[in-house]
Write a protein that binds this ligand. Structure first.
Ligand code: PLP
Length: 418
């Protein structure tokens, strides 16, 4: 099917590169069209609620950036990003006790581009990389284009199971894992946060076994409760750190950054030249003016309050409506709750029924590499975008869909036992 709904024969099927065969479309992106229907309550997209931004203020900042920066904002820029943008990022990173200079980072087209550039830099077909299970499906998409073998390490409420990781690494013998990709704070999709003890253990293992750690941190500032934990990059300057303005300001500006040791960053810059020459200077000047000239912290804090209210509404509705056989995570920040249903349920199938009832979510299997076969009875539900009342309504509808399926299964089981 094409986007127009017409079936079109693919005359070029024998010409595509092998990497395209292994790529899967993101279930979330596919759901975007459905989610924009006004009768649908979307628990699928990880979209920040930028409807809460003051558009007059953003427009004024954009106009000011264009008028004050002049042609610089409309010209090609440095591959590594504008110096002023990099200085801004350095000052934002001091909030997280990460002290760097503009020479330590490269501006990227969102953190998503950094994921692609890193995969392009490190992965030969068949190389081993490690991810958390479940993990960000956009990362899996970016990595899979370079055809790695992915070792998936389970998580629990304290994040990555470093005991399992240690055991798996010990089994590898001479085989070298290239990198481990982690979202330690408010993981997408699991909503869990890596404990301090495990952060130290992960760093220890990375030195023992010589793999790179990629720390992806889009949600870390969106904390609702509890103590902020040190980022892996704060604890160890060998860690490659990814940041983004997408959840602090607006994803439409497509501005992210990668902090990495110099040799790695030199390779990333080289690869980026071939990818897009440079990021958008216009987006960078707007980002600079927004963070330098507005009270963005107050805006962000009021958004965090909203997200907290919605998280509470979701957890309360889950406790009220979901069956006893289901379990779910309790995120202290970020956008997502991860739900585990009885093993016999397939959430990809449930999605079709849920859509008829006007609710979308992300089936969990997309958050694992396709070959793993994991996650079929899990789902990611996002509380970032819908108002609390709509979230409650959506959870109630979802609970009905799940209950119906479970009843069907029980009826089938008892009929089979006769
Ligand atoms: C874990 C994670 N990494 C990276 C990204 C991509 O972020 P960006 O908008 O900066 O490309 C997302 C977006 O949702 C994400 O959840």
């Amino acid at each position: 099917m094409t986007g127009t709904g017409l079936v079109q024969f693919d005359d070029w099927v024998d010409l595509y590169a092998a990497r395209v065969e292994t790529m899967r479309s993101s279930a979330v992106r596919d759901l975007f069209a459905a989610a924009s229907r006004s009768d649908i309550i979307s628990l699928s997209g990880g979209m920040p609620d930028i409807r809460k931004l003051n558009m007059q203020e953003v427009a004024a900042v954009a106009a000011e950036a264009i008028l004050e920066e002049g042609v610089a904002g409309l010209q090609y820029g440095d591959t590594q990003g504008r110096t002023q943008t990099k200085e801004l990022i350095c000052s934002l990173m001091t909030d997280l006790s990460i002290n760097i200079t503009p020479d330590d980072l490269t501006i990227t087209t969102g953190a998503q581009q950094a994921l692609d550039l890193l995969a392009k830099t490190f992965i030969n077909p068949g190389d081993l990389i490690i991810t958390e299970g479940p993990t960000y499906l956009g990362a899996l998409q970016a990595f899979s284009a370079y055809q790695p073998e992915v070792l998936v390490i389970d998580m629990d409420q304290d994040g990555l199971r470093t005991d399992i990781l240690a055991a798996e690494l010990a089994k590898l013998g001479k085989r070298q894992a290239k990198y481990l990709y982690t979202i330690p704070d408010f993981n997408n999709p699991a909503g869990v946060t890596m404990s301090l003890e495990r952060r130290h253990e992960l760093l220890r293992l990375s030195h023992e076994y010589g793999f790179v750690i990629i720390e992806d941190d889009p949600y870390g500032r969106l904390r609702f409760e509890g103590e902020t934990l040190p980022r892996l990059r704060e604890l160890d300057d060998q860690v490659v750190y990814l940041g983004t303005v997408s959840k602090m300001f607006a994803p439409g500006l497509r501005t992210g950054w990668v902090i990495a040791p110099l040799p790695i960053r030199q390779k990333i810059n080289l690869v980026k030249q071939g990818t897009d020459l440079c990021g958008s200077a216009l987006c960078q000047v707007i980002v600079e003016h927004y963070f330098n000239n507005t009270d963005w912290r107050t805006t962000l804090n009021s958004m965090i309050e909203k997200y907290r209210e919605r998280r509470d509404a979701m957890l309360a509705a889950l406790a009220e409506f979901f069956p006893a056989e289901a379990s779910w995570t309790h995120p202290a920040g970020g956008f997502f709750v991860w739900v585990t249903l009885p093993e016999y349920l397939d959430t990809a199938q449930l999605l079709n029924v849920a859509l008829e009832k006007g609710v979308t979510f992300v089936p969990g299997d997309g958050c694992y590499p396709a070959s793993s076969g994991k996650g079929k009875n899990t789902m990611r539900i996002a509380f970032c975008y819908e108002e609390a009342e709509a979230i409650r309504e959506a959870i109630q509808r979802l609970a009905m869909v799940i209950e119906e399926r479970m009843e069907l299964y029980r009826a089938f089981e008892s009929a089979a036992a006769l």
